[in-house]
Design a protein around this ligand. Structure first.
Ligand code: NAD
Length: 269
């Protein structure tokens, strides 16, 4: 049994994972805006520092798992910059902060939550994802806000792509420290986030269309994602390093059937 920190633990996927891990006997340190062991606003530098300090104190120096799941969806009136700060920097800054605690575990695992919007929402701004991956929060926020009222729509898949890229490009570094780093890419999951999204002025019609196109014919359940996360945290997943695992009722495969695997052109020009 281990000690696992979960951000966004008060709702949706984070809450389902927290419940499942506790039932399995793990100690969970929840972090959220309210209703968690650690109260922190991860959109701010102060909130992230507070979360890192409190996780360190509560786990007594050794952390076996980290799930930075706090996130915001696109919604009418929500600035794109806020999504940048919560979805990407709220996850990665805290991950970097708790990294020494993960190193102290005999077998640590980190799961980032990307999204299948990365492959099913067209034309998201690559430049924004690159700025995130480069750690340039101010620049990423500026790019997101340059899309005005469409900023959140553009920022969502870009921040989630940056998380997938982070998992893929940093996993070798992490495993050298004994930490397995992977990401999941869920499709539409029935949580307060998506329940609000289906009636939102900005996202409502798109989300209904997305659901109608999902081959399995229903949204996923948070518990289904929790099962995948529990597996990735466990020793049964000991050879998973740098993977991005889609769990989306078939929509990525339906939209992009032959886009992967793609031929690796080597040497690259
Ligand atoms: P949710 O809204 O039910 O839960 C998100 C949690 O994050 C909430 O408890 C909220 O309070 C917390 N949070 C938001 N802003 C925060 C901040 N500034 N500081 C600290 N905590 C904050 O959403 P969910 O559907 O469970 O989503 C969880 C994660 O999964 C998100 O990162 C989301 O992008 C991702 N995701 C969700 C879906 C989906 O369809 N639901 C699909 C793919 C990926």
């Amino acid at each position: 049994m281990g000690t696992i920190a979960v951000t966004g633990s008060a709702s949706g996927i984070g809450a389902a994972v927290t419940e499942q891990l506790r039932k399995a006997g793990h100690t969970v340190i929840g972090v959220d805006l309210r209703g968690a062991e650690v109260t922190a606003d991860l959109s701010t530098a102060e909130g992230r520092t507070h979360a890192i300090d409190e996780i360190g104190r509560l786990c007594e120096g050794t952390l076996d798992g980290f799930l930075p799941f706090a996130g915001l969806a696109a919604a009418a009136g929500r600035p794109g910059a806020l999504l940048v700060s919560v979805n990407y920097f709220g996850a990665i800054t805290v991950l970097e902060g708790v990294r020494p605690l993960l190193r102290n575990s005999a077998s640590a695992s980190v799961v980032l939550v990307s999204s299948n919007s990365t492959t099913t929402q067209p034309n998201w701004p690559v430049e924004l994802a690159e700025a995130c991956l480069a750690g340039e929060e101010s620049r990423a926020r500026e790019i997101a806000d340059s899309f005005a009222e469409w900023g959140a729509i553009q920022a969502y898949p870009a921040t989630k792509a940056a998380l997938a890229w982070y998992a893929r490009t940093k996993s070798a570094e992490f495993i050298a420290e004994g930490v397995r780093l992977n990401a999941i890419a869920p499709g539409l999951i029935d949580t307060p986030m998506t329940q609000a999204g289906t009636t939102d002025a900005l996202t409502g019609e798109g989300m209904k269309g997305f659901l109608a196109a999902t081959p399995i014919g229903r949204p996923g359940r948070p518990e289904e994602i929790a099962e995948l996360v529990s597996f990735l945290l466990s020793e049964s997943a000991s050879f998973f390093v740098g993977s991005v695992i889609f769990c989306d009722g078939g929509i990525d495969a339906a939209f992009r059937g032959k886009d992967w695997p793609a031929v690796w052109s080597f040497p690259q020009s």
